[in-house]
Ligand binder design. Structure first.
Ligand code: ADP
Ligand code: ZN
Ligand code: ZN
Length: 744
């Protein structure tokens, strides 16, 4: 390949527009993707990133790149390619994709601070060291020291060991150690100091050992093998597989990214990784949304410079600037949190697969309840499926009882049935035995709506077309879409009737019901309202783990990745609302939630029991969950999806228009739809656009066009041109969501 003649760059301080330059002779071959360059800019010079190599520049007069800044690309080339892929697939511009990958704090404050030497052992050099260091006593001692520390500032090494700089330089010269110049950070901790070594590694169960063998075989294949779908029931030891895989690639000197759905809700998982890595002398970097700009910048450089070799975090951690990637893990791959809600609307699980392909890194997607997209990919062998069917501790999966609410007596006080007799009794028994229970209701607040029994009027948000939720703790009504609040009216504003009714139940009301039914029970409510203050979530979990609480009641927060050995009873309340949402994934989501939360019951000796209260006991999502039948559910649900041409058989693209004027938003989307229909005649069906299920949010009227297509990329040009590019009336906003997850 001849080296490129032109380069397209994104200016460091404003990635918004891209500019073309010529690569002068003396720099040819030295300009890599992601490299920082000095380029002329008017009469000045600026720094910019090389993001593409166009065959021909977009403008006639191009100026020459002045110089290459830094030895290697600041953005790893693999991530530049990923940005390109994102821009093409998710219909955003390259600049937006780059901004996602290279966070603001990293761009704006690059450099600064004192530079110093960092020395780390070169991986895989044990044999060489044994050979060449035989006669060199001091160097052998230094090598040993370096091995133990895993890497340190040169100044610190000299101080700790009492050996001068010459000895360390000799190790570098012999290729046994690596030396980088980087910005000096004062409070350098040792590799994960302070974390207890998680102790002995467990002996793998038979299924786990088989899984490891299969994984090893697959990843040796070309390009890191196919992505592995690790489908294992809760408690089957999936996390242990991630840890082993991680150890294997670290030992080879390669690095890894581990994605978890929500970092703040998975402290136990993070602690396990830390504990295991403590024994490996490898630094791990946890990325989370609570980090300050400075911390984020620090983490980024720490990763880029190779000091942290394992990165754990939520979806954006996928963009960790690691090189030499040996593993990408996506835990709970079915989780909706992997999809970004605003542009670029990427799905981190799908991008993980793409990044793995670009960097030839093996990918593991793990779940007890895989998404139908992944299940389908495994069925047709695009992914390689590995199953874990048994719980490690030998515990049986809990027995699931379906409680038919149609047969339940209505409470005499009026109001909804919250606790069935069977669930009440089960909770009571567990408390007497000193065992614990979880109660799940995925709806916060006291009552989802306030209605006048006389005229039927429901209190709606003024800005959104949704009922307002009554929050008893606030004594007010709140809109869950825009956070607007108002006082609950004393009389019906429509007909003046004084008796307003709370319909349905949220966690606050259920809490009240449980406390009434079981006086004196020690209950903690866990939802985003009750866990607002910093540290509240951790405290509540600790209290529960230590047995100071009998019942943990809450939203899906309680269903995520937690292990409590004393939980033997799980109650699930209010699944019907979720089943009835106008979304083709409603069934899948309910099934996943039921299986996940059921997996929290019963560990070891004591078997668990699960109670699901519903008005639709024969719904397939409920029946398959009852039998823990993941394959059965996948099969039936895939059949339904195939029949309707829904994902994973087609790709769903949601085109949305919104604006303060209903007429304008509606006319704009109809105009776009007509143009697309014309362009795609006979190729793609374009139905009539309609109002979104939630027709108004924050005062903006919303319209949608739902497209089911075979392939995304070939339609993207048309979509961008007809939807994003036109100048719509003021206030009208058009968006494209590829592989849309949120259809409301
Ligand atoms: P999953 O991720 O599938 O829910 P985990 O890896 O968390 O499963 O394993 C469940 C529990 O079993 C954890 O407490 C873990 O420490 C333990 N465990 C995992 N593998 C083994 C093993 N081979 N031997 C003993 N205990 C194990
Ligand atoms: Zn009324
Ligand atoms: Zn609102």
């Amino acid at each position: 390949m001849t080296s490129p003649e032109f380069v397209r760059v994104a200016p460091e301080l404003g990635l918004d527009r891209l500019f073309d330059y010529r690569i002068p002779k003396f720099l040819q071959g030295r300009v890599l993707l992601g490299q920082r360059l000095r380029v002329p800019w008017g009469k000045r010079e600026i720094l910019a990133y090389a993001v593409e190599f166009p065959r021909k520049p977009e403008v006639e007069k191009v100026r020459d790149v002045t110089e290459v800044a830094g030895e290697r690309p600041l953005i790893p080339p693999g991530l530049c390619q990923l940005a390109r892929w994102m821009a093409d697939y998710y219909a955003c511009d390259l600049a937006a994709a780059l901004r996602t990958i290279l966070p603001g704090p990293v761009r704006s404050h690059e450099g600064g601070g004192k530079m110093a030497w960092w020395i780390s052992p070169a991986p895989g050099k044990d044999e060489l060291a044994a050979k060449v260091l035989r006669g060199a006593k001091a160097q052998a001692k230094a090598w040993e020291h370096l091995q133990r520390s895993g890497g340190a500032w040169l100044t610190a090494l000299v101080k700790e060991s009492g050996m001068g700089t010459a000895v360390w330089r000799a190790l570098v010269d012999r290729g046994l150690a690596e030396r980088y110049e980087k910005r000096y950070v004062r409070d350098e901790e040792g590799p994960e100091a302070g974390w207890p070594d998680a102790g002995k590694k467990p002996v793998l169960a038979d299924e786990q050992a088989t899984a490891m063998r299969l994984w090893e075989e697959e990843r040796k294949k070309e390009g890191g093998g196919r992505p592995v779908l690790l489908e294992g029931v809760t408690g089957s030891g999936k996390t242990e597989i991630y840890l082993r895989a991680l150890e294997a690639v670290l030992a080879e000197g390669r690095n890894a990214v581990v994605l978890v759905p929500e970092i703040s809700l998975t402290p136990q998982t993070v602690a396990r990784f830390r504990g295991r890595l403590a024994g490996q002398r490898v630094r791990l970097c946890v990325l989370h949304s609570a980090q300050t700009a400075a911390e984020r910048r620090e983490s980024w450089h720490e990763i880029r410079e190779g000091r942290a070799r394992v990165v754990i975090g939520a979806r954006s951690a996928l963009f960790a600037p690691l090189e030499n990637l040996g593993l990408i893990v996506v835990d709970e791959e079915h989780d909706g949190g992997y999809k970004q809600g605003e542009s670029p609307r990427y799905h981190a699980r799908d991008l993980a697969v793409v990044r793995g392909r670009i960097e030839k890194a093996p990918v593991i997607l793990g779940s007890a309840t895989p998404s139908l997209e992944s299940a389908y990919n495994a069925d047709r062998e695009k992914y390689f499926r590995i199953r874990l069917t048994k719980r490690v501790d030998g515990a049986k999966l809990p027995k699931v009882q379906i409680i038919d609410l149609r047969k339940e007596d209505k409470p005499k006080t009026g109001g909804p049935v919250m606790l069935s007799a069977a669930l009440r009794q089960a909770l009571e028994e567990r408390r007497k035995k000193g065992e614990q229970s979880l109660v799940l209701l995925n709806r916060r607040g006291y009552a989802p709506s306030v209605q006048c029994p006389h005229c039927g009027r429901v209190e709606e948000c003024e800005r959104c077309a949704v009922p307002m939720t009554y929050h008893r703790s606030l004594g007010r009504m709140k809109c869950h879409f825009c956070d607007a609040e108002k006082a609950a009216p004393a009389v019906c504003p429509e007909c003046g009737s004084p008796q307003l009714k709370f319909t349905g139940a949220g966690t606050e009301r259920l809490e009240e019901g449980v406390l009434e039914a079981l006086p004196g029970v020690r209950l903690t409510r866990m939802d985003s309202d009750s866990m607002k203050t910093r540290g509240a979530h951790g405290k509540a979990l600790a209290a529960f783990r230590e047995g100071r609480t009998d019942i943990l009641l809450g939203t899906q927060m309680i269903a995520k990745g937690l292990h409590f050995p004393k939980v033997t009873c799980v109650g699930v309340v209010g699944v019907d609302a979720a089943l009835n949402l106008p979304d083709f994934r409603a069934s899948e989501r309910v099934f996943q939630l039921l299986v996940q939360v059921a997996g929290r019951a019963g560990r070891g000796e004591i078997p668990g029991e699960v109670f699901v209260q519903t008005y639709t006991p024969f719904h397939p999502a409920i029946q398959f969950a009852r039998h823990h039948d993941v394959s059965g559910f996948q099969e039936q649900e895939l059949e339904y999806r195939r029949a309707h041409g829904y994902p994973p058989f087609k790709r769903a693209i949601l085109v949305s228009f919104s604006g303060p004027s209903e007429a304008q938003a509606s006319a704009s989307i109809r105009h776009a739809a007509a143009r697309l229909r014309n362009l795609w005649k006979g190729r793609v069906e374009v139905s009539e656009p309609g109002a979104a299920p939630i027709a108004r949010v924050e005062g903006k009227f919303r319209f949608q066009l739902f497209l089911l297509v075979d392939k995304v990329p070939e339609l993207m040009g048309d979509l961008k041109r007809e939807v994003l590019a036109p100048k719509w009336p003021t206030g009208v906003r058009a968006t494209i969501d590829v592989d849309a997850q949120d259809l409301l």
